[in-house]
Design a protein around this ligand. Sequence first.
Ligand SMILES: [Zn+2]
Length: 247
Amino acid sequence: MSLSGGIAVPGFQVHITGSTIVGAGYAAAAWWIGDMPPMTCALAGGLCAVAGMMPDLDSGPGIPLKESVAFAAAVVPMMMLHRFHQMGLPMEGMILAGALIYLAIRFGMSWLLKNYSVHRGMFHSLPAALIAGQVAFLAFSAEDPLRRYFISSAVILGFLTHLVLDEIWSVKLGLFGPKVKKSFGTALKFYGTEAWSNLLSYVLVIVLGFLASKDASLTERMHTMRQQVEQASRQYAPTQAPWQYRR
Ligand SMILES: [Zn+2]
């Protein structure tokens, strides 16, 4: 346990351990029960683990900030490869777009976080968890809509794990039963104390939600179209090659 500004918070190790365990469980369950491809499960588990560090991006320069920003800068462009491909970008365009996103996250986001974020502000909130999930949903485009929901839920799950751990740490078991600390209720919340950041968060939730729902209906339509084409072509090719069988 570490102390930051008089508020007892679980440290970086607690968070990364917690969200890694939850992420591994989520990935394993999806593989065994949900019949998800193992690679998709592994990606979801990893994203859940990383998302467990994200809320503490507001705690100023330190390991979580440096590591998560660098990680996001590297992984987000890769998650967007399929998206770039859909946009019809040539290889050179994909490399340029990837590099630009890397720079924007690596330097732009670090600068914003260092200068404008307040610890236990809106980064520690339910709308922030939703925003993280919506961004993942928009960045990660897959042919199968279910895979997109699965991946973005992994990010939300990791984020929520962090918030829940923060709340658990704010309840201390004393001699006379549980004692609640000052920080109780500052992680799992719908709004914070600053009006502008509340407004910004909800505007983001609505705008991203609108974009995500537009995008979702598009992928669902493409998915049905592809299934129809597959069905039609199957009529002409009744025997499947052995490598086409699914697990
Ligand atoms: Zn936290």
